[in-house]
Design a protein around this ligand. Structure first.
Ligand SMILES: [Zn+2]
Length: 294
């Protein structure tokens, strides 16, 4: 009885609760650096415990060594972003775009709005940029290859931890771009930090192996049913639902699909971790979901 009530609470309450808690905790600690890793890791831990106890697909539960391995990839990914990629953007991209913006007098960001509206505006703007970048990765084979996007799609079992299983090339070339563009082109400032955390929380939920409600919240935000469909091993199905955090752009641009997903991955068999890592150079021979266009 208690278990059923808890499961229904997760189904209807978890996504709004975690998105709301992310915003509130961030807004209370906007200038504290610790809030970013604490929220990123804390939400992963919550989702990991819930997936272990209430998995939507029991066959997708990772065994312990695999979970540890994916956790190491997740931590490596965030260390790489914090130590290498963000400083690279700050050093080389920031000065150029800031100079262009101030030179043109392009200061249109509504910084007098309440922070919640600014964060939501930055969230949906960065997701609009991500939507087109992600769609392009699935459209052109050269971009799919150099960005290493196939590596992210290669896993047959999905869970929240998979949101951090990206190729380092993709982190550098694509994943960091949407937030950086919103901050640097529009001068959105701190609102981008809040929206980036919302994108992370939403992406973790979108990969989670939990039974989550899609009604109402799924008209704007991506729910896991949508994103798991994007991870389908069927090529046509993987060319839908490009929004990882905001599904609204798929609805606007006609790529939304609400279908069921039987199997995920890029091929009938999951490549080894080494094969996943070298996918930008050499793809598995039985790959099904790579773009056909060069
Ligand atoms: Zn994709």
């Amino acid at each position: 009885m208690f278990r059923n009530v808890f499961q229904v609470s997760i189904k209807f309450g978890l996504q709004p609760l975690l998105l709301g808690a992310t915003f509130i905790l961030w807004s209370l600690n906007q200038n504290e650096l610790w809030i970013y890793p604490v929220l990123a890791i804390g939400i992963q831990l919550i989702l990991g415990v819930l997936e272990y106890n209430f998995p939507a697909r029991t066959e997708w539960l990772h065994n312990k060594p695999y979970k540890v391995l994916l956790s190491c990839v997740f931590i490596f990914t965030y260390m790489l972003t914090a130590i290498v990629i963000l400083p690279l953007y700050a050093e080389y991209v920031d000065p150029i775009l800031t100079n262009i913006r101030t030179g043109l007098g392009f200061n249109i960001w509504p910084s007098s709005w309440p922070i919640v509206y600014q964060v939501l505006l930055a969230f949906f703007l960065s997701e609009l940029i991500w939507y087109w970048l992600h769609r392009a990765e699935h459209r052109w084979q050269w971009l799919w290859r150099i960005s290493g996007h196939g590596s992210h799609h290669a896993f047959k079992k999905l869970g929240a931890i998979n949101a951090g299983a990206n190729h380092p090339l993709e982190l550098l070339l694509v994943l960091s771009l949407p937030s950086a563009i919103v901050e640097l082109v529009f001068g959105a400032g701190l609102a981008v930090a809040g929206s980036t955390l919302l994108v992370l929380t939403s992406a973790y939920l979108a990969h989670s192996n939990l039974d989550l409600n899609e009604k109402v919240i799924g008209s704007l935000f991506t729910v896991n049913k949508h994103h798991i469909h994007h991870h389908s091993v069927v090529h046509a199905e993987s060319n839908t639902n490009f929004g990882c955090a905001a599904i609204v752009w798929d609805r606007v641009f006609g790529t939304f699909s609400n279908g069921r997903t039987l199997e995920t991955g890029v091929a009938p068999k999951e490549p080894s971790l080494w094969e996943i890592f070298i996918m930008p150079l050499r793809e598995p021979g039985d790959i099904q979901t790579a773009p056909h266009n060069k």
